[in-house]
Write a protein that binds this ligand. Structure first.
Ligand SMILES: *Cc1c(COP(=O)(O)O)cnc(C)c1O
Length: 347
């Protein structure tokens, strides 16, 4: 979370904008909250250039709930869902979709994204959608292209890279993103869905997972996570003040370039990811020996650099340099890395 956003939320926490109570205490049907929700949606539409052909939903259950909601709403018995498997998160999405219908994997890669030329839908006529994970958070793998799927809707899990660079929403049938990386607090999930796809949502889909029901109710079918939506709205305002996603993209590209250069220019650290598919948000790197990991993490924490352990499933280190991570913080990490390498034997 950007510090400015947390400070603003702190100022408004007890007495929200002179209303004598916290926003948390207000009804989700109050005019105050309705305006907060509407403004958050409009700001997100402005930031991402989302047209009226799409609904914007603020849902609960993080991105993982969408692993089920997507097939439940968009896949029927006569169809097949096609997935690109490029890492840990797409693997989870695939495993969940298999519970609900026919699933085929078009390509499977690790430490890189599948090359655009290495897979195609061919002439299948049973495709409900194609799903991919543009940025694999755990593996540090990012696609350098948008998959071409013709008339078949493209579904993307943008949890870890939404709002970090411009996205041409019109190329997607559905975009979803858990909030906790680039949007706001954990638990909230943003879903951007093309309106015509809602015709597919059957009555059998549980109401809380049903896109059509949430769309008809402006994400107020039940009590939404009001405070999380408010915080997300503050982040959207912060992004607008910073110049929007184009400006963010420049800052992020620069942060990532400097960190990868520090890794590549050293004999000590290595990047496990194919150069063309290195993530601008999640930068994994490996020390010469796993025995050094604990002392690296300890030293980093002492220098105020937190959360650098790689995901428990892959090990090594991983720096997540989301929008709220300043260039100065990345520089502090690079300084620490150089110092640590020097102390542990790099020439
Ligand atoms: C973090 C993450 C998820 C899981 O999000 P939850 O909110 O924990 O369900 C899914 N996909 C990607 C790409 C992620 O980065």
């Amino acid at each position: 979370m950007p510090a400015e956003v947390l400070e603003k939320a702190q100022q408004e926490l007890v007495d929200w904008r002179g209303h004598g109570m916290s926003l948390m205490e207000m009804s989700h049907r109050s005019d105050e909250f309705l305006s907060v929700r509407a403004e958050a949606e409009q700001d997100l539409r402005d930031l991402m250039g989302i047209s009226d052909d799409y609904h914007v939903l603020f849902l609960q259950g993080g991105a993982s709930t969408q692993f089920a909601s997507v097939p439940l709403n968009l896949l029927d018995d006569s169809q097949c869902a096609y997935y690109l498997n490029s890492g840990q998160w797409s693997k989870k999405a695939i495993a969940e979709a298999r519970r609900f219908g026919r699933v085929q994997v078009l390509a499977e890669t690790r430490a890189c994204a599948p090359e655009a030329s290495s897979w195609s839908l061919g002439d299948v006529n049973d495709a409900a959608y194609v799903h991919y994970t543009p940025n694999e958070t755990i593996d540090g793998v990012e696609y350098d292209y948008v998959p071409q799927t013709g008339d078949v809707p493209l579904v993307a899990d943008f949890s870890s890279s939404i709002l970090s660079h411009p996205i041409d929403v019109s190329r997607y049938g559905l975009i979803y993103a858990g909030a906790q990386k680039n949007i706001g607090p954990a638990g909230l999930c943003v879903v951007i869905v093309r309106k015509d796809l809602l015709e597919r949502c059957s009555d059998k889909v549980p109401a809380m997972l049903n896109y059509s029901i949430h769309a008809k109710n402006d994400s107020l079918y039940n009590t939404p996570p009001t405070f999380s939506i408010y915080l997300a709205g503050l982040v959207f305002k912060w992004l607008k003040e910073k110049g929007g996603v184009e400006a963010m993209a420049k800052v992020n590209a620069d942060k990532a370039a400097r960190l990868y250069a520090a890794i590549d220019n050293s004999d000590f650290y290595t990047s496990p990811v194919h150069v063309a598919h290195r993530s601008r948000m999640n930068v994994p790197f490996i020390l010469p020996s796993p025995e050094l990991d604990a002392s690296f993490l300890q030293g980093a924490e002492q220098a105020g650099l937190m959360n650098l352990a790689g995901h428990r499933s892959v090990g090594g280190m991983r720096a997540s340099i989301y929008n709220a991570v300043s260039p100065a913080s990345v520089d502090a990490l690079i300084d620490f890395m150089q110092q640590f390498a020097h102390q542990h034997g790099e020439g």
